[in-house]
Design a protein around this ligand. Structure first.
Ligand SMILES: C[S@@+](CC[C@H](N)C(=O)[O-])C[C@H]1O[C@@H](n2cnc3c(N)ncnc32)[C@H](O)[C@@H]1O
Length: 259
């Protein structure tokens, strides 16, 4: 035993348990072997910071959503790819509205939960893998902070190129991000500074997720300002056409395929 987690489908295992708690059936984590306890997503940052966040919101219906989730869904038009579909909370609502939606995710367990909850069209893989096929979309959704999948300066142009390869003329990306720079907490401002000294974006987080005995590999996840986003988009096939920051520090960015 090393004390290190076993690499596995952390998000999928966590969602499976959160779903069991949500519906009140199946394997549920118990405190003291009796009382149900909430399922918590454990997020480790590479400076040693550990955060826990309840996983239940990945399964919640529109009545519990944040206002920007509603505004994101209202922007959807045409054939839609929900990138990082998770437990399918957004895809289910789109289906109910008659929108043709495909859920893409790298987590087999998340896809199982989405399928169980009625999401019909699901694909396992990354955007690069999916772009190798012949599917085409009018809208790409990156919700639940999934602007983070841009990762940083190196990955963002390649990620955006993969989406462009699957885009119909006039296609849009609707992505939810968080501006990380409003804080005065030295733990975070110091982390941003350290990142910049190493040539990274301030909010280019190096993370791994943990659940029970499982962990992911370390990966980059981007929290950036709208100005940084504009720089990342510059020179790609996309134009940043709108930033809705009514719920700051959270924002919705809309990118349109350049003509
Ligand atoms: C923060 S959750 C957001 C889930 C969902 N969009 C929501 O709003 O509830 C991130 C999701 O993205 C998936 N994911 C992570 N990396 C991915 C990648 N490279 N390509 C596709 N999905 C990915 C995870 O498995 C997880 O389901």
């Amino acid at each position: 035993m090393t004390g290190e987690p076993r690499i596995g489908d952390v998000f999928g295992e966590m969602l499976r348990d959160a779903y069991a708690v949500h519906v009140g059936a199946g394997r549920r984590p118990l405190a003291g072997g009796r009382l149900p306890r909430p399922v918590i997503e454990i997020i480790e940052r590479d400076d040693g910071l550990v955060n826990g966040a309840p996983a239940a919101h990945y399964l919640e219906g529109p009545e519990h959503w944040q206002p920007y989730d509603h505004r994101a869904v209202d922007r959807v038009r045409g054939e839609t790819l929900d990138v990082g579909v998770g437990g399918g909370r957004i895809a289910r609502e789109l289906q109910a509205r008659g929108v043709p939606v495909t859920g893409l995710d790298t987590s087999p367990g998340a896809l199982r939960v989405s399928r169980h909850r009625g999401v019909r069209d699901l694909v396992l893989g990354t955007v690069d893998e999916h772009a190798a096929g012949d599917c085409r979309y009018d809208t790409f959704l990156l919700l639940g902070n999934n602007l983070g999948l841009f990762e940083g300066r190196e990955r963002a142009p390649r990620f955006l190129a993969a989406l462009a390869a699957m885009a119909r003329p006039g296609a849009q990306i609707v992505a939810q991000g968080t501006d990380p720079y409003g804080t005065t907490d030295p733990l975070h401002t110091g982390y941003h500074e350290r990142n910049r000294r190493r040539g990274r974006l301030g909010g280019q987080l190096r993370l791994r997720l943990r659940y029970r005995e499982l962990g992911t590999d370390w990966f980059d996840y981007l929290v950036c300002s709208a100005d940084e986003l504009a720089e990342l988009v510059h020179g790609t096939p996309w134009r940043l056409v709108d930033v809705d920051d009514r719920d700051a520090p959270y924002y919705l960015a809309t990118l349109r395929l350049a003509e």
